[in-house]
Design a protein around this ligand. Structure first.
Ligand code: HEC
Length: 193
């Protein structure tokens, strides 16, 4: 029992040492995958490393919360958002230290930047299918998101709520263009193809 535990520790150590070598660009072959859950795939050489989230998690972790900051600005002028009691720990960006219009600007930039994450090789959708990077329309939808983010950014810089309402429409369309083809399926197994 004790011996088995020591052996496992050694194996874990060897594997993490191997992973570090690989990340530094060492020449050693990647550690072979043992059975069980597949390890997340590494990103391509041009990307900054491995992939951690499936596409759905990326959407829920980055695209969804940042879009909501922008959509909220349609209904309430960000300049009028009351700062939270403790802005430094606020979970609503609009009421945080970096709040009001600045929060809208930063969420717009986050979306344009996050677009590139939709192109990192090795990511899978929640149903296990690879993100369909090779389909010609995928990078076009991603570019649509990038540009929509910048449209919102410019609108936020103008601090003009009418402009944000129009820009939020552009954003909704950019999300929907891709969702119509790759997400809206009765059967989740049919997504991402
Ligand atoms: C290039 C394609 C693409 C773009 C652009 C895109 N999405 Fe998605 N989104 C998807 C796909 C595909 C899924 C399903 C992912 C999965 O099941 O792993 C998804 C899933 C989601 C989910 C999780 C809900 C669910 O049904 O699984 C949310 C939330 C979401 N997207 C929000 C957004 C928002 C907001 C935008 C725009 C700011 C956006 N997405 C832009 C492709 C896209």
């Amino acid at each position: 029992m004790q011996f088995a535990r020591v052996l496992i520790l050694i194996l874990v150590f060897l594997e993490s040492a191997g992973a570090q070598t690989a990340q530094r660009g060492g020449t050693s072959a990647p550690a072979p995958q043992r059975g069980g859950a597949p390890a997340p795939a590494r990103g391509g050489a041009a990307s900054s490393g491995r992939v951690y989230a499936n596409l759905g998690q990326l959407m829920k972790g980055i695209l969804y919360p940042n879009s909501n900051v922008i959509f909220a600005a349609q209904n309430q002028n960000p300049a009028e958002v009351k700062p939270a009691q403790d802005p430094a720990t606020a979970t609503d960006p609009l009421a945080s230290t970096y709040g009001k219009w600045e929060a809208v600007e930063n969420s717009a930039l986050a979306l344009s930047e996050a677009a590139s994450l939709l192109l990192v090789p090795g990511r899978r959708c929640a149903n296990g299918r690879p993100v369909p990077l090779q389909n010609p329309d995928w990078p076009k939808f991603v570019q649509g998101l990038r540009e929509a983010g910048m449209t919102v950014y410019k609108a936020a810089q103008s601090k003009d709520q009418d402009k944000i309402i129009d820009a939020a429409d552009v954003l909704t369309t950019a999300c929907a263009n891709c969702h119509d083809k790759y997400r809206e399926k009765t059967n989740l197994a049919d997504r991402c193809q």
